[in-house]
Design a protein around this ligand. Structure first.
Ligand code: SF4
Length: 378
C-alpha cells in the first residue's frame, strides 16, 4: 500500500493521551512537576543547601518520621555536629541525646558508623559515586538515590512511600507495590523522568524532579483525601479518571497489632532515682529507662515479678501514670508505679544506678520513659 492509499488519519482524541506508554506518559509529567515544585513546594531547611552531609542527615531523620517533627531535630543536629568529622568524633551519649525522641535508634548509630567509613575511605568527603554511597551503613537504594539526586543532581531514581502512592495512582497500578515485580516496575517508572530530565543538562532538574514527586505525595497526593483539584498532574491521572483514588496503592491487609503490657518502677531514695541503660544489641540500645519488665494481663503480684525479673525487693506505693504508644506492630501499654526499695540491691540488680533529676535530664531516654521522667522532673 502506497503512502497515498493509506486511510486518512483519525483526528487525535483527548483520551488517546491516556493510552500512551507508561514511559512516555511519565515523561510527559516532567514540565508540570518542575513548574509546580518551583512554586508549590515547602521551604524546608535542608532544601536550602546542597551539602550532601546535611541532606543525608535529613533523609535518615525523615524515615518513619514527619517533616514537622524532624525540623527542630535537624536544626539542633546541624548546629551541634555541622561536619562529617564532628559526627565521627561525637560520643555515643551526644548522638543518642540529639536523636532522643526520634526513635529507631539504629539509624543514628549507622549514621555515625557511616561517617567513620567516610573519614577512613573517602578522606572525609561524602562520596559522589552512587555505589560508594550505597556501601555506607544504613543507606539503601532510596536514600542513596535521594542523596545522589538532591545533592549532586545525578539521574538516580527514588521510590519511597510518597512516590509509590503518586505513581500507583497516576498509572492505575492495582498490584501490591511490596511484591517484587510491581516494585521493580515502579523503580523503572521512577527512573524514566529523572533520566529524561538529566538530558536537559540543567544544574538542578534531577534534584527538583525527584523532590517534586516526594513533595506531591507528601502534601497533595496524600493517603487520605488527596487534593486532586489542585494536583499539577491531574489530567494524566488514571486513578482519578477511573474513580480508584481511594483504592490505590493496594498495600494489602495490615498484620493485626499485638498488645503488650509493661510495668516500670519509679524508685526514689534521698533525691536520687534508680535507672538503667539498655545494653548494646537490643531494641533502643544505649538509651536509659526506669527498671521495667513485661507483664501479662494475668501477671501475679507485681512485687513477686519484680523480685524475680529485676532482682528488686519492692514495696509498691501508687500508680503514677499509664503511657500508651505504638512501635512497629506492637501496641504497648506502660504502667509506671512509684515504689520503694525494701532491702539493699541484690547482685543481680547490677547495671542500674542512682541519679539525680538533673543528671537524668542530660541522658537520652526512650520516648515512653521520657514521659515518666517528665512527670517526676519536669
Ligand atoms: S490527581 Fe489526585 S490521585 Fe492523581 S496524582 Fe494527583 S493528587 Fe494523586
Amino acid at each position: 500500500m502506497s503512502r497515498d492509499n493509506l486511510p486518512p488519519a483519525k483526528p487525535k482524541l483527548k483520551a488517546e493521551r491516556h493510552s500512551s506508554s507508561p514511559a512516555r506518559k511519565v515523561c510527559d509529567l516532567v514540565p508540570a512537576l518542575l513548574a509546580w515544585f518551583a512554586h508549590g513546594a515547602r521551604d524546608l531547611p535542608w532544601r536550602r543547601t546542597r551539602d550532601p552531609y546535611a541532606i543525608w542527615v535529613s533523609e535518615i531523620m525523615l524515615q518513619q518520621t514527619q517533616v514537622k517533627t524532624v525540623i527542630p531535630y535537624w536544626e539542633r543536629w546541624m548546629h551541634a555536629l555541622p561536619e562529617i568529622r564532628d559526627l565521627a568524633e561525637a560520643t555515643p551519649e551526644t548522638i543518642h541525646k540529639l536523636w532522643e525522641g526520634l526513635g529507631y535508634y539504629t539509624r543514628v548509630r549507622n549514621l555515625q558508623k557511616a561517617s567513620r567509613q567516610i573519614i577512613a575511605n573517602h578522606n572525609g568527603q561524602f562520596p559522589r559515586d552512587h555505589e560508594a554511597i550505597l556501601d555506607l551503613p544504613g543507606i539503601g537504594r532510596y536514600t542513596a538515590g535521594a542523596i545522589s539526586s538532591i545533592a549532586f543532581n545525578e539521574p538516580t531514581p527514588i521510590l519511597d512511600g510518597n512516590v509509590i502512592r503518586v505513581l500507583t495512582r497516576l498509572f492505575g497500578i492495582a498490584t501490591n507495590p511490596r511484591e517484587k515485580s510491581t516494585n521493580e516496575k515502579l523503580w523503572r517508572l521512577a527512573e524514566q523522568p529523572v533520566l529524561q530530565t538529566h538530558a536537559t543538562k540543567s544544574e538542578s532538574a534531577c534534584s527538583h524532579l525527584n523532590q517534586s514527586l516526594m513533595e506531591l505525595g507528601a502534601i497533595v497526593c496524600t493517603p487520605k483525601q488527596p487534593n486532586c483539584p489542585q494536583c499539577p498532574v491531574q489530567r494524566h491521572c488514571t486513578a482519578r479518571r477511573t474513580g480508584r483514588v481511594d483504592q490505590l496503592p493496594n498495600l494489602g491487609a495490615r498484620a493485626p497489632a499485638t498488645a503488650r503490657r509493661f510495668a516500670a518502677f519509679v524508685i526514689e531514695r534521698r533525691g536520687h532515682f534508680l535507672v538503667r541503660q539498655r545494653p548494646a544489641g537490643v531494641v533502643n540500645a544505649h538509651l536509659w529507662e526506669f527498671p521495667n519488665m513485661e507483664i501479662s494481663a494475668t501477671s501475679p503480684d507485681l512485687k513477686v515479678i519484680a523480685k524475680k525479673e529485676l532482682g528488686l525487693a519492692l514495696a509498691i506505693v501508687e500508680k503514677l501514670c499509664v503511657i500508651k504508644h505504638t512501635i512497629t506492630r506492637y501496641r504497648i501499654t506502660l504502667e509506671a508505679w512509684r515504689a520503694k526499695i525494701k532491702s539493699p540491691l541484690r547482685k543481680s540488680a547490677r547495671g542500674i544506678t542512682w541519679l539525680t533529676p538533673a543528671e537524668l535530664n542530660n541522658l537520652a531516654f526512650t520516648s515512653a520513659h521520657r514521659k515518666i521522667l517528665d512527670k517526676i522532673a519536669p
